[in-house]
Write a protein that binds this ligand. Structure first.
Ligand code: OGA
Ligand code: NI
Length: 320
């Protein structure tokens, strides 16, 4: 039998009408069975999205493309004669919004681009918090529960990774971004509406996350799997390279604060949980060295802080 796979697309405006229950059920199904969904009518202004897309592409051409090409040369990636498994074919920079913004420390951004990113960041932050409450409602947790867990003493960590995946002459030799699950909480992705590449692993098959103009792709990170005691899934995903076209992606990560204490919500645990409890920063230190490996050994390692220290060969770097 042919498999029909329908990637979940959720119309957020329907939460205000008679289709609310149905929409909440779609979100629940996506969180449990996909770890991903795509939002339309999410309330982010389309003109702001268009401006950001334009400026991100201009910024890449003007300030990043040359550096990317030099990186290819210095790493010997200009020939790609054999498969490369330890580098990603991407050009990125990171903006942190919370707990402290670094927006004015990033070089080479125009004032207009900076201000647009600041507005966009604030709106995406609000959308993330709105979504966390929808998840609470579906999970039977009190409103504000997830936001409170993520808060720690300094509020959430919230940042944006701006990426370009330039065309690649031999896509079969290298990934745009190797398969991984995301470490944090909720990820909100504004992706190129023409050039595809993002795939998620569903029941053993890689499934495309289709480009859809003005949509926002949502996925759940490891922390939400832990807090929901595995009810919701943090799912493996990757970016494929393409021969044609430069794929833009702007991924915003709404994560717990560094000292937030993460554990499965008591109301979602029957007896013993197979998930660990820990301080978020300790998880991130472990993740920094094990990002491109399955999440299960990370969860196992966090059950025992000493093991976690042994498994952590790499110093923490800025990663979301
Ligand atoms: C990531 C990620 C996907 C993309 O940065 O963790 O999965 O499309 N990005 O850029
Ligand atoms: Ni990711």
């Amino acid at each position: 039998m042919e498999k029909t796979i329908k990637f979940p697309v959720i119309d957020l405006s329907k939460l205000n009408g008679k289709e609310r229950d149905q929409t909440m059920a779609l979100i629940e199904d996506a969180c449990q069975n996909w770890g991903f969904f795509e939002l339309v009518n999410h309330g982010l202004p389309y003109d702001l999205m268009d401006n950001i897309e334009r400026m991100t592409k201009e910024h890449y051409k003007k300030h990043m493309e040359q550096k990317f090409k030099e990186m290819l040369r210095s790493k010997g990636l200009d020939t790609l004669e054999t498969e490369v498994e330890d580098v990603d074919w991407e050009s990125t920079f990171y903006l942190r919004h919370l707990p402290q913004s670094n927006l004015y420390d990033i070089p080479d951004m125009s004032n207009e681009y900076r201000l647009a990113m600041k507005d966009f960041g604030k709106m995406v932050e609000n959308l993330a918090e709105e979504l966390l409450d929808l998840l609470c409602e579906n999970l039977g947790l009190e409103k504000g529960y997830l936001k409170k867990v993520f808060h720690g003493t300094k509020g959430p960590t919230f940042g944006t990774k701006v990426s370009n995946y330039p065309p690649c002459p031999k896509p079969e030799m290298i990934k745009g971004l190797r398969a991984h699950t995301d470490a944090g909480g909720l990820i909100l992705l504004f992706q190129d509406d023409k050039v595809s590449g993002l795939q998620l692993l569903k029941d053993g098959d890689w499934v495309d996350v289709p480009p859809l103009k003005h949509s926002i792709v949502i996925n759940l990170g490891d922390q939400l799997e832990v807090i929901t005691n595995g009810k919701y899934k943090s799912v493996m995903h990757r970016v494929m390279t393409q021969k044609e076209g430069n794929r833009m992606s702007i991924a915003s990560f709404y994560n717990p604060g560094s000292d937030a204490e993460i554990s499965p919500a008591t109301s979602l645990v029957d007896k013993d949980s197979k998930y660990p409890s820990f301080v978020f920063d300790d998880y991130m230190k472990l993740y920094a060295g094990l990002k491109f490996q399955p999440k299960e050994p990370r969860f196992e390692a966090m059950k025992n802080a000493e093991v976690a220290a042994d498994l952590n060969p790499v110093a923490a770097v800025e990663t979301f």
